[in-house]
Structures are given as C-alpha cells and as structure tokens.
Design a protein. Structure first.
Length: 249
C-alpha cells in the first residue's frame, strides 16, 4: 500500500499556510483563504470553510452556528492550536479560522490529516500514483484530486492524453486520437483495462464544447475503496513491470 501524500501536490508545501490549505482542500472543505502580511516574516491567515461537513476535533461542522464556534475554538486550543474561530459569514454555514503563527498552521494541518477519512486519503494516494507514471511524468500534474463521496472515489475528468496514458500503463495498446469521433472507442478501451483491476466500474466520456478550455474528457467511477487501492497499487508497480519487460514504450 502506498504512503499517504501530504496533500494534492507535495511540491507546493513550501509554507505552513500552504500545507494547511492543501489539507483542507483534500478534506473537500473548500477553504477560502486570505493572507495579511504585517512584516516580512509575520503573517495572519484567515480561512473560511465554504463546504464544511463532518467533524473537527470532535465538533460537528455541519450547519455551523455562533455557539459552536467557541466550542471548536476551545477544543483546538486544548490541542495546542492557537486560533480564533467564528462563523464564516451570513451566506456561509462553516467556520472561519484566524491564525497568526506558523506553528498553529502546522498543528491544524496535522490535525486535519490525522482525522482524514479513508476515502480522502485513498484519493490522495491514487493521484500520487497517477503523477508517478513514468511514461508521461508530468502529464497528470494538472489532474484534479479524485473526488471522495459517501465512502467512494471518482477519478476525473481525465483529458484524452491522460486517459490514453492510463490505459497504456495498465497494459493497453497504443491509441491515436484525432477528434471526438474516437471518444467512444477510447472510453471502451479505458473501461476494458480498468475493469481488470476494478470489476464493474463505470467509465463515462463527455465531448468538449469546441473551445480550447473545454476538451473531451473521461471519468471513472465512483468506485469503492478496495478498488481504488487496487488501482493505486497496480499503477505503482506497473512502471517496474514495464521496465522488466525491456522498457517498451
């Protein structure tokens, strides 16, 4: 089994605030950050959670209200996290955190990770495995974090090059894609390869709208965690197998 990565893109973790924002994004709480710099090294970070659900430090975040803010603030301070907590705003039913020191940001990020549901960790591990595909080392860097929902994980949207690279890594054939008329053939090809690892998983495709930013895409899942972990392990070992076969491209 792969080791959980510290966020969607470990290379971005150059500051405690970035590590915290990434952890909250992995949890799918959609943080809205604001930075205030008092000096070269002093920073106040204000983060509003716009899609809060579940619990943090044992405090429910659903339908967050003012009385719960004080309870959550106290629970975090009991864990050594100095933070001010209040309600995000009139149209946001989530908490707003105000942190004034890097250590508090680091500790809150670590707490979020320590309480991360398994499906969110599985999504991060899968994305790390996709980004490690040796055939196209930077192809998946733009891929959104796989979406966790109700104990399952959905992969995508994959671009056409990403979908082709994925099925090739899983042992599929070379595929020349010219336009949307080949999208259904690509979908079937991806489905045939991923179902060897994830039996019965749904694979869907959607044509783009013709604009540069709206391209043809492929989605996989949602799928249960055991299937997601099986795919992660298969992707992690696939480059080694390819190398042992002589490094065929």
């Amino acid at each position: 089994m792969t080791t959980p990565a510290p966020g969607p893109d470990p290379a971005d973790h150059d500051t405690p605030s970035r590590a915290l924002i990434d952890a909250l994004n992995v949890r799918q709480w959609s943080p809205l950050p604001r930075h205030h710099h008092a000096g070269r090294s002093d920073e106040t970070l204000v983060i509003t959670l716009t899609r809060a659900s579940g619990t943090l430090a044992g405090i429910p975040l659903d339908d967050f209200a003012e009385p719960r803010a004080g309870t959550l603030e106290q629970a975090l301070r009991e864990r050594g996290i100095e933070v001010r907590v209040d309600v995000g705003g009139p149209f946001v039913r989530g908490p707003r955190f105000t942190l004034t020191c890097p250590e508090a940001m680091r500790r809150l990020a670590n707490l979020v990770w320590s309480q991360m549901p398994q499906e969110h960790q599985a999504a991060v591990e899968l994305r790390a495995a996709l980004c490690s595909i040796r055939r196209r080392p930077f192809l998946f860097r733009s891929l959104q974090l796989p979406r966790a929902l109700d104990g399952q994980v959905e992969i995508g949207p994959l671009t056409v090059p990403q979908a082709i690279a994925l099925q090739r890594t899983l042992g599929g054939p070379a595929f020349r894609y010219t336009d949307w008329r080949q999208l259904e053939a690509l979908r079937r090809l991806v489905q045939s390869r991923v179902r060897r690892v994830m039996p019965g998983v749904a694979v869907t495709a959607a044509p783009g709208c013709g604009q540069h930013s709206c391209t043809d895409t492929v989605r996989i899942g949602p799928a249960p965690l055991d299937h997601i972990r099986a795919l992660t392990d298969r992707l992690t070992t696939a480059p080694t197998r390819a190398t042992q076969r002589g490094g065929a491209r």
